[in-house]
Design a protein. Structure first.
Length: 367
């Protein structure tokens, strides 16, 4: 769907290791030196959803297709990246193309793994990254203001309106505030600017606290500090051990569950990242269930039935007649489509219907 999550962080914090585990393929080189990731690695990751397994038990399909999420692993940033230090602005532009930022923060000691800043301090690390994102937004905005000023001198009414908002935003950023806390985000002029410039500090952030094995069961001091920092920014922290997650690549589900239980963890950190990232992007799934395939289809929340049908094929939207809808809970409770129909749990919905997460749907159309 063109929506993605960008993995960012300082060098050697576990980004590429996390990415390897996320993609379940060892295709992002991991090495103990800065900038081992030179080009942004992109991958499409299935979204864990146990509901598909339950539907498959009833339908017994030939295959199961999960919803997916795009992840982009971006080269480690360093202090001064917005001014060209390290690998510089090129990688900040990669982040612009994503919708949510996952900032991996190192929360463990290991003398065998160098740290670009020479010590472990999650708050400092997070602030370095966020300051670089802020500086980059400031640079983008300065260029836009220069352009708007020239147009405004020519009595361009739209330019004048945008310039007023841009200058207020400039003052806001210069005080060290992220775009996400700007009070005029609903203004049309701001919306247009954000659409063009894709402000980095306006994006949702999830913090990934990368810990060692001992830090999984109980929060260490670094995780505690990061959680307090994230709470002050209304952001979430997901704890993971990237090394262990990578080791579990290729495990059968039963083996994985046993490993997590032995570590005192209920859910993989990566599964949490995927699931919460999916929600942060404003996405949800509806299902189709047939003998050929049980499949989750990705749509935005508050999508109408015809638009949801278009995800399968554009003709479904063009010739939409109605949708046959069974809730996931009813489909499972009554043993499938036939049982749900007999229990009166299948509904016929028209063009105005807002699809709900977990709806099992069949579309009627004519073209």
């Amino acid at each position: 769907m063109g929506l993605g999550i960008g993995l960012v962080g300082l060098p050697n914090v576990g980004k590429s290791t996390t990415f390897n585990a996320l993609t379940k393929a060892q295709n992002a080189e991991s090495a103990n030196y800065p900038f081992c990731t030179i080009e942004p690695n992109k991958a499409v990751v299935p979204v864990p959803d146990s509901r598909l397994d339950e539907l498959a038990k009833i339908v017994n399909p030939e295959r199961i297709q999960f919803s997916t999420l795009d992840f982009v692993d971006i080269a480690g940033l360093v202090k001064g990246a917005s001014k060209g230090e390290g690998l510089g602005n090129k990688f900040l532009s990669n982040i612009r193309e994503t919708e949510v930022i996952l900032q991996i923060v190192r929360c463990f000691e290991d003398e065998n793994i160098t740290h670009v800043e020479g010590s472990i301090d999650p708050i400092r690390d997070a602030e370095i990254i966020e300051q670089e994102l802020l500086f980059s937004d400031l640079d983008q905005l300065e260029k836009r203001i220069d352009s708007l000023q020239r147009k405004a001198r020519g009595n361009d009414r739209d330019a004048k309106a945008q310039l007023e908002i841009a200058e207020k935003l400039m003052a806001h950023i210069e005080e060290g505030n992220p775009v996400s806390t700007f009070e005029l985000k609903e203004d049309d002029a701001f919306i247009q600017m954000d659409r063009d410039l894709r402000f980095l500090t306006g994006k949702e952030i999830i913090y990934g606290a990368n810990v060692d094995e001992e830090g999984l069961e109980e929060d260490n001091e670094y995780v505690q500090k990061l959680k307090a920092y994230a709470a002050s920014r209304n952001a979430e922290v997901i704890k993971l051990c990237a090394k262990i997650e990578e080791e579990m690549v290729g495990f059968e589900e039963e083996e994985k569950a046993e490993m997590l239980e032995s570590l005192g963890v209920e859910e993989s950190g990566l599964d949490q990242i995927i699931r919460k990232g999916f929600a942060k992007l404003g996405l949800m799934s509806y299902f189709t269930a047939g003998v050929k395939e049980v499949r989750a289809w990705t749509i935005r929340q508050n999508t109408t039935a015809p638009k949801a049908a278009a995800v399968i094929h554009n003709d479904f939207e063009k010739g939409f007649i109605r949708a046959e809808v069974i809730s996931y809970e009813d489909f499972v409770q009554y043993g499938g489509e036939h049982g749900a129909k007999e229990a009166g749990k299948m509904r016929l919905e028209g063009k105005e219907y807002i699809v709900q997460d977990g709806d099992v749907m069949h579309f009627r159309f004519n073209v």
